[in-house]
Design a binder for this molecule. Structure first.
Ligand code: FAD
Length: 312
């Protein structure tokens, strides 16, 4: 059985179908998170080294929901940039005043990063709701506006590429898909260049989302976010957190591993491979890998895709 629905809704406008699998032509990006300690930093940099030369269009670096970790986003972004990557740091509104966000946007512009992911952000650990500071921003769309305004005021020589988040299975706080899509369209209209999606395991939800975005006039490329799950427990956990349904077939394959961690990881890679093949063949502009600072599964996936390219 395929990693996806047998009858995915064909992609609509803005996502021309391609012939065969075209991993080599697809825009591939990978997502790092700022490590918490020296061992984590060494692992992250080793991963960056291992993935170099694999045609990665950009590496993004997440922004923690609070505390000291989020201060490291720009530091690690600069390190990856030095290592030769086009880097896209994430910037969130959580806990920052408007003034602080202006300063951060200016730092991003000055550093010459390839782009920025403009996000509202998740509530800090222990909090369930996003609380807007009275002098802060409430939504990612406002952050997109702020960055574009700083670009204009500072007469930046180039237009920064701004990415925003999209939710094929609806943002958990949204009352319904239509409302969520309206706000996504608004966010893009404020100056975003691309949408990177929340992870999903069932391609049918991406193709449906792409069709709804096209119908809503959202023309920005919709880059699917893919997690090569390391284990059943991780797939369940991340799926529950991000609202991604876990297909019964993926669960069955994981359960068939009988608790063998390495076998589960390989199932995760095989599933991601099937997903990416079908997404690219269906017109997705590329894919964004949630690599969790680890190289192994990403490298295996790239090798599988390279083999596909040679055989089509
Ligand atoms: P928004 O676009 O502001 O949307 C939040 C909610 O408000 C949605 O329900 C939306 O429908 C609604 N909405 C949007 N605009 C308006 C408006 N103007 N008025 C009323 N309602 C509105 N989190 C982190 O903390 N750090 C990260 O680095 C990070 N990286 C991510 C990367 C990707 C690719 C993705 C998909 C998510 C990431 N997240 C990250 C998670 C994200 O911050 C959360 O999902 C957060 O809850 C929403 O962020 P947003 O940017 O989508 O917010």
């Amino acid at each position: 059985m395929s990693a996806t629905s047998k009858n995915p809704v064909p992609p609509a406008g803005g996502l021309p179908a391609k012939d065969g699998v075209t991993a080599q032509k697809a825009a591939v990006s990978v997502e790092f998170f700022p490590p918490k300690n020296e061992a984590g930093a060494a692992q992250m940099l080793a991963t960056a080294e291992a993935l170099r030369g694999r045609g990665i269009a950009f590496a993004s670096v997440t922004c923690g929901a609070g505390g000291a970790a989020r201060e490291h986003t720009l530091e690690y972004s600069a390190l990856l940039q030095k290592a030769g990557y086009a880097v896209v740091p994430h910037l969130t509104c959580v806990g920052y005043s408007g003034e602080e966000l202006v300063a951060l946007a200016d730092r991003v512009l000055d550093a010459g990063f390839a782009g920025v992911m403009a996000l509202r952000g998740d509530p800090p650990k222990g909090e369930t709701c996003f609380a807007t500071r009275p002098d802060g921003l409430a939504h990612a769309s406002e952050l997109v506006e702020l960055i574009r305004e700083r670009e204009r005021l500072r007469g930046a020589g180039r237009r920064l590429r701004i990415g925003v988040a999209g939710y094929p299975e609806k943002h958990p706080e949204s009352p319904d898909e239509a409302t969520d899509l309206r706000w996504l369209a608004h966010k893009v209209s404020r100056g975003a260049d691309l949408v990177v999606t929340q992870l999903f395991f069932d391609n049918a939800v991406y193709f449906r989302f792409a069709a709804r975005c096209a119908a809503a006039g959202i023309c920005a490329p919709l880059t699917p976010g893919i997690l090569p799950a390391l284990s059943l427990a991780q797939a369940r956990k991340f799926g529950a957190f991000g609202g991604a349904a876990l297909p019964s077939e993926l669960e069955r394959r994981m359960l068939a591993c009988g608790g063998d961690a390495e076998a589960e990881r390989r199932v995760g890679v095989a599933w991601a491979h099937e997903q990416v093949r079908e997404l690219l063949a269906g017109g997705a502009p590329g894919f964004h890998l949630y690599i969790l600072n680890r190289a192994e599964s990403a490298l295996e996936l790239f090798d599988l895709l390279a083999t596909d390219d040679k055989t089509v």
